[in-house]
Design a protein around this ligand. Structure first.
Ligand code: ATP
Ligand code: MG
Length: 236
C-alpha cells in the first residue's frame, strides 16, 4: 500500500493516509525527544529498530488475542495500521519503581513493586501530560467508565504477557506506556508503538538500562541498547 497524504507529524512518527480509508501508515523517525520535548536529538537507526520491535510485540500480543492496530510491516521503518480515534490517555503499568515514582512519591529507585502500579496520564502536551484518575477522564469526557475498565484490563494482560516473554530473554519489564484508540466498530484497540521509547527494559543480571533512559540521562550506547532489545526479542 502506498503512502498518500501526511496527516500528522509527531515527535517520533509520521502518519499517512493510504488508498484504504480505514488504514494508515505509521512511519517511524530517528528523532528522539524527552522531558516533554525539551531534550531533542536523534538515535541512529531508531526508526527501523522501533518499527521492528513494535511489530514483534504487536504480533505476539495478537497471538494472545490482545487487539492492536497492527496489520503488517510495509518498509523497514513503516507499519500499516488500522486508523483509530486516539483516546487522550496514556496508560502506564509499573513493575519496578523508577522515574517519576521515585521523584514524586519517594519510592526507592529499583524497588520491585509487590503490586504493579497502574496510572493514567492525560495526553495533552500543553499541560505536560499530567497524571489523572478515572474521574478526571469521565469529567473531561475523554473515556467512559467501561472504557477505563477495558484499558486497565488490557494493560494488565499486556503486562503479564510481555513480562514473561521478556523474562525468558533475560530482560526485566520495568514499566511501559500504552495508547488506545477506537476502531471503526468503536472497540478499544492498542495503537501507537511498544518500543524502548515507551517501555523501560533492564538486563535481568546487571540491571543495565536498555531503553530511552540512556538518551534522557546521556548515558551513551543508546543505539546499541535499542539494537540489543531487537536482537534479544528476535530470538525464538
Ligand atoms: N492507529 C492510529 N490511528 C491514528 N492515530 C494514531 C494511531 N497510532 C498512533 N497514533 C497517533 O499518532 C501520533 C504518533 O506520533 P508521535 O508518537 O510522534 O506523537 P508525539 O509527538 O509523541 O505526540 P503524542 O503526545 O500525541 O504521542 C500520536 O499522536 C499517536 O497518538
Ligand atoms: Mg508518541
Amino acid at each position: 500500500m502506498e503512502k498518500k497524504e501526511l496527516i500528522l507529524e509527531g515527535k517520533a512518527k509520521r502518519l499517512y493516509t493510504t488508498e484504504d480509508e480505514a488504514l494508515v501508515i505509521q512511519e517511524f523517525k530517528d528523532d528522539a525527544s524527552a522531558f516533554n520535548g525539551v531534550k531533542k536529538g536523534s538515535i541512529s537507526k531508531k526508526g527501523e529498530i522501533n518499527c521492528a520491535i513494535s511489530s514483534i510485540f504487536f504480533e505476539y500480543l495478537e497471538s494472545y488475542h490482545v487487539p492492536t492496530h497492527f496489520i503488517q510491516i510495509q518498509a523497514p521503518n513503516e507499519m500499516l495500521v488500522k486508523k483509530v480515534d486516539i483516546v487522550l490517555i496514556e496508560a502506564v503499568m509499573r513493575n519496578i519503581a523508577t522515574g517519576s515514582l521515585v521523584k514524586r512519591l519517594g519510592f526507592q529507585d529499583g524497588k520491585a513493586l509487590d503490586h504493579p502500579v497502574f496510572e493514567i496520564y492525560l495526553k495533552n502536551d500543553d499541560l505536560g501530560d499530567p497524571l489523572i484518575n478515572e474521574y478526571h477522564a469521565y469529567a473531561l469526557g475523554i473515556a467512559l467508565p467501561d472504557e477505563i475498565r477495558s484499558i486497565f484490563r488490557i494493560t494488565a494482560k499486556v503486562n503479564a504477557i510481555l513480562k514473561s516473554f521478556l523474562e525468558r530473554r533475560g530482560l526485566i519489564l520495568v514499566d511501559f506506556k500504552l495508547e488506545f484508540g477506537r476502531d471503526e466498530k468503536g472497540e478499544l484497540i492498542i495503537a501507537d508503538e511498544i518500543s524502548p521509547d515507551t517501555c523501560r527494559f533492564w538486563d535481568r543480571k546487571t540491571h543495565k538500562k536498555l531503553d530511552k533512559d540512556r538518551f534522557r540521562f546521556d548515558m551513551g550506547g543508546v543505539d546499541q541498547a535499542y539494537q540489543e532489545i531487537l536482537e534479544r526479542i528476535s530470538k525464538i
